[in-house]
Design a protein around this ligand. Structure first.
Ligand SMILES: Nc1ncnc2c1ncn2[C@@H]1O[C@H](COP(=O)(O)OP(=O)(O)OP(=O)(O)O)[C@@H](O)[C@H]1O
Ligand SMILES: [Mg+2]
Length: 315
């Protein structure tokens, strides 16, 4: 009985945290990285009856394009009028800040240590998206006491005014990656056509399917750096089949991104490729991917409940 009462209290607490967050203005408390920062097409959308979609971007192998996908998907979403935040939850090699050329003064570590609130560490970018910086030393998450975890979850819930939260993870299957995948409506697995990347993609899907108790979560695939749709289609077919056969998991193919020099050039300039080269092949592909993701149904329960899953699973 007591258990149930506590659960109910938690639901009420979460609900009110989410409600108070959605009534506050995010912009007023954000850090601004560059002067003249403005929302390009990112006028915050009205959230009439809508809820926040949490998308976690992950991969088995490193360097396959997660951060580029996270940031550029976020920009594509913003261009659809959505209010979007990208959160860098990479352990050690945080690199969203490099891609955005933004070094936030405060990051998630300050929230974990209760020195800052989530809203205080939000950074505006000139690209119509907000950004939350990650930190090495993120292993502190694993060592958080119950009360600190609850505080962190409450802080995550203050992001309820966003339409989309994209979590950019590090490669592989650390506890952190699992913790930040657990609350997702959708996980997006990125791979390229290399056998090692494909095998590792299978590996992370297996871990997600076995460690995370969320039958409703969409498990999606992007095949990056290909020279043709057919090449990507073969990779996707292969993975979809083995994942279905051995894990009984339905893997949704979101699409592919061409190997494109514009991506490399944009990275060198520390600008997102969808901004630097909005009409390049890779930008068009990302637009299709986001369109596809938007069409897929969100099946998971309300935002408030999702973050509770963060620490509910341990590897
Ligand atoms: N479609 C593409 N075309 C050409 N180059 C690409 C493409 N996607 C990614 N790259 C190259 O791969 C590099 C790594 O990409 P990115 O940093 O997004 O990978 P990651 O998966 O986030 O890496 P990590 O695992 O280290 O976090 C980029 O800097 C870029 O040079
Ligand atoms: Mg990365």
């Amino acid at each position: 009985m007591e258990d149930q009462a506590e659960k109910l209290r938690e639901i009420v607490r979460n609900k009110s945290a989410a409600q108070s967050a959605s009534t506050q203005s995010v912009g007023s408390s954000t850090q601004s990285v560059q002067t003249g920062a403005h929302l390009q097409n990112g006028t915050p959308s009205k959230r009439e009856g809508k809820r926040t979609r949490i998308i976690t971007v992950a991969s088995g192998k490193g360097g396959v394009g997660k951060t580029n996908m996270s940031v550029n998907m976020a920009i594509s979403y913003a261009r659809m009028g959505k209010k979007v935040v990208v959160m860098d939850v990479d352990l050690g090699l945080s690199n969203v800040n490099i891609l955005l050329n933004a070094i936030p003064k405060y990051n998630l570590l300050h929230v974990i240590r209760k020195q800052k609130t989530m809203k205080e560490i939000l950074v505006d970018t000139p690209y119509g998206i907000s950004f939350i910086g990650g930190a090495s030393g993120f292993s502190e998450i694993a060592n958080m006491a119950q009360e600190e975890r609850q505080n962190f979850i409450n802080e995550m819930q203050t992001l309820a005014s966003f339409d989309v939260i994209i979590l950019d993870t590090g490669a592989g299957v650390s506890d952190n990656v699992i913790d930040f995948t657990a609350p997702a409506d959708d996980v997006v697995i990125v791979t390229n056509n290399e056998p090692t990347a494909i095998t590792d993609a299978y590996g992370i899907i297996k871990i997600i399917a076995t460690k995370i108790d969320n039958a409703e979560m969409g498990i999606n695939l992007i095949v990056n750096r290909v020279s043709s749709a057919a090449e990507a289609g073969k990779v996707a077919d292969k993975l979809i089949k083995v994942v279905q056969q051995f894990l009984n998991v339905k893997l949704e193919y979101l699409g592919f991104v061409y190997e494109d020099d514009s991506v490399v050039q944009a990275v060198v300039k520390q600008k997102p490729f969808t901004v630097e080269a909005p009409r390049c092949k890779a930008s068009q592909c990302v637009g299709h991917i986001v369109g596809r993701l938007e069409k897929t149904e969100v099946r998971t329960a309300g935002f408030g409940g999702l973050f509770k899953r963060m620490f509910g699973v341990q590897v």
